[in-house]
Design a protein around this ligand. Sequence first.
Ligand code: 9MR
Length: 357
Amino acid sequence: MPDRPTAPSRRAILAAPLALVACRGEAAALAPRADPAALKSGVPFPVGTCAMTGQLADPRWVHLATTHFSQLTPEWEMKMEYILGNDGSYRFDAPDRLAGFARDHGLRLFATTLVWYAQDSAWFKGLDRARFAREYDRYIATVAGRYRGQAVGWDVVNEAVAEDGDGLRTCLWSEALGQDGYMIRAFEQAKMADPEAVLFINDYNLENNPRKGATFLRTVERLLRAGAPIGGIGTQSHLDIEIPAGRTTAFMRDAAAFGLPIHVSELDASLNGERRLDVRSRTQKLAQQQARVTELAQAFSDLPAAQRFAFTVWGVRDTDSWLRRGARDDGQDSPLLFDAAGQTNPMFTALEAGFRS
Ligand code: 9MR
């Protein structure tokens, strides 16, 4: 049997959630389910979520995370902001706990992130050129090396493309080591530190903004040509539910052309768009969210088996989401699979439908 199903038609993409509703009845399809079958069961690729140590003592979170998911990404405690102190010291207590939790519960560990424009360091800024490069290498070698044999993959470079998709971001790392240079170097160092891990370049808005998606893929091509050992493509998929049908499928097709494994690395789908005057009902927005999530899951499921690295949802319950913290939190947004009480949202059913179609 071929492992590559034929690509779904645009009509099938549009019809999928509707068909589901027709089959099961609208109320049944959308009603919260307290104890649904495990999301990961019967899905032929790892289904991930993210975690922070603060959640490990919450039995409801642990139940949901270990029942429905088979892979875990530390949400922030394996990043430089946690590991590297202002004096250049390293700390690994929290990331080690998360790695231990994954191991103890039979979950694959995926690690993020080694180099990110958004996380630089006052300590690095004080170093002369030669020391900067040495410490950059040492950071990657130490951190990636520590989880060698545990982490199946790393986001080596995160969010390198400019917000509007016009070129690359300038950051502490690019200024010291060159625009492509800092990325190539990071991949080379990570490869030496953990030769078995799949090394990802990861970014967001790649489907939401086709210009950014194209710049990202051109960057991947250029870095591969320069010899960077990129092993996979990460598309975060913080979905804009307003994008037209077909856009996510188109990006997935373009990304798949490299033949590399693909990771949907941080799916969430906020109900809050940019519209200034939005009179749509919550039901309408949820339907739009479901359609886009089903499309993404279907586009991923349609990849050749060897390219389906994992599909990760960025949090468990709505209230676990970064979108429900601080100034962003409107108390209403529902960007994830489970509500605050741990019952399924319609998005759960939409994801199931995409995985199984
Ligand atoms: O959800 C993450 C949040 O808890 C952290 O405070 C923040 C900074 O580390 O990162 C958030 O995750 C981001 C991810 O690492 C990269 N893409 C965007 C995510 C949401 O901001």
